[in-house]
Design a binder for this molecule. Structure first.
Ligand code: ZN
Length: 457
């Protein structure tokens, strides 16, 4: 436990803290303990086992103090597809559940974030709508290879690429040669390439007729699509030394190769998502396209193996991959899984869904915070986020971990009220949230900040 040097006596220079939060259980990096957290100028200035001087908020007996959740995989879609989601609705949904930082994906907005101009447009649109802090990923597409440095220097946290068609015409995928070129460039910049890893050849070889049968959809995107693409990334990382991150791992069949790559010391990290950890193929009714995402939700044994990989540290972090569309697109074509929009909106339900399942499996809350707060912050180098420690931003949540609620899709703050978690009984209620030390009201005037990688250096 770290504390500022104790003020000498109670003289004029012993400045009180702007605010003090006290809980019997404060989730510090080293584990939960009773503590007083002193906040000054939006930053955690002291963490103490004894009371601190300042206006003090006592958390309830059933509440614990945790760092705000950091979700590094969110598709806000504004501008251009603002009817799918927007900065105000997305960040209000985030605030309502204790997510205090999101990093926005370079698609499906128009423009996609593949040029400096596009980044400026997105920052301008987000500026007065960000209820929580917002940062940006750039995109690596065939058209901008060779000029990634300008986006990197402008403060994006890394570059997303697809190895198979993205579903959006204006965001092309990289073929194997282009992937290698991107990794060379990423290595030179000491940047981070984040990869949607499905192999187009495997997908082409497994085309199925459309229809409402979910099994047929899973067969059209088999494990081999992921393992083939991930092997290509591993080989490229070994050749270049570039840092790469596997997005939304669905197939547990890829876990052994990822474990081996990590054991070899390759700079590869891995994420999975709440829907892969809490929903199984067996749970998906025919035609229920609210469950469609790519790669797909697989069977129950696969889900267990993903939890094992998390527990073993092969999977590093959990993010929502919040990827909404309009309800019309999501339910178009009468429940045809091949033709409905693929993407699950989970920003407001993700943390509670993962905590509920972790709790059921006997995994403690501090593991979940590592996966969804400190680990995600570290992934993008936001070392002032995701931890309750002196010098960190005072982004904090009073969480009632055992309190429960039922998800009603219609009541979520997502712009489109479609949820694969509708009807679920989840644990973990964010009773109060603080952003930069100030109580955060999701409905108040937005005062979140725009984050830029350069500012962190
Ligand atoms: Zn995504």
């Amino acid at each position: 436990m770290s504390t500022e040097p104790a003020p000498r006596g109670r003289g004029d220079d012993a400045r009180a803290f702007d605010a003090v939060l006290h809980a019997a259980s404060v989730y510090l990096p080293e584990g939960p303990a009773e503590a007083w957290v002193g906040i000054r100028d939006g930053v955690i200035a002291a963490v103490s086992a004894t009371p601190l001087d300042g206006p003090t908020t006592e958390l309830g007996a059933d509440e614990v103090l945790i760092p705000g959740i950091v979700d590094t995989h969110v598709h806000v879609n504004e501008p251009g597809r603002t009817e799918w989601e927007g900065f105000l609705s997305a960040t209000r949904a985030a605030a309502a559940t204790g997510v205090t930082t999101i990093i926005d994906m370079p698609l499906n907005s128009v423009p996609t974030t593949i040029t400096l101009e596009a980044l400026h447009i997105k920052r301008e649109v987000a500026a007065d709508q960000a209820v929580v802090d917002v940062g940006f990923w750039g995109g690596a597409v065939p058209e901008n290879l060779g000029s990634l440095a300008e986006l990197w220097d402008a403060g994006v946290y890394g570059f997303k690429c697809f190895l198979a068609p993205s579903g959006i015409d204006e965001f092309g995928h990289l073929d194997p040669d282009q992937l290698n070129a991107a990794l060379d460039e990423i290595a030179d910049l000491e940047a981070l390439l984040i990869v949607h890893a499905e192999d187009p050849g495997v997908l082409d070889a497994n085309v199925r007729d459309g229809g409402t049968d979910y099994r047929s959809f899973v067969e059209s995107r088999p494990d081999a699509a992921e393992t083939t693409a991930i092997q290509r990334v591993i080989d490229g990382v070994r050749r270049t030394g570039a840092r790469a991150h596997i997005l939304h791992l669905s197939s547990a069949a890829a876990v052994p190769m990822l474990a081996a790559a990590k054991a070899e010391g390759l700079p590869i990290t891995v994420e999975t998502c709440p829907h892969y950890l809490t929903i199984a193929e067996e749970d998906v009714p025919a035609g229920a396209t609210q469950f469609k995402c790519c790669p797909p939700i697989r069977d129950d044994a696969n889900r267990d193996a993903l939890w094992q990989a998390l527990d073993d540290g092969v999977i590093d972090v959990v993010v929502t991959d919040h990827s909404p569309s309009t309800a019309e697109l999501k339910f178009a074509h009468g429940g045809d899984f091949q033709r409905a929009w693929g993407g699950i909106a989970g920003l407001q339900t993700g943390f509670s869904a993962v905590w509920t399942e972790a709790r059921r499996r006997g995994l403690p809350l501090d593991r979940v915070l590592q996966w969804m707060s400190r680990g995600t912050a570290d992934l993008v180098g936001l070392t002032a986020k995701g931890r309750i420690a002196v010098g960190a931003d005072a982004d904090l949540v009073a969480l009632a971990p055992d309190d429960a609620f039922d998800v009603h899709a219609a009541e979520l703050r997502h712009k489109n009220k479609v949820s694969a978690f509708d009807g679920r009984h989840l644990h973990g209620v964010a009773r109060r949230v603080w952003l930069a030390g100030e109580p955060l009201d999701a409905d108040a005037t937005p005062r979140g900040g725009l984050l830029s990688r350069a500012q962190e250096l």
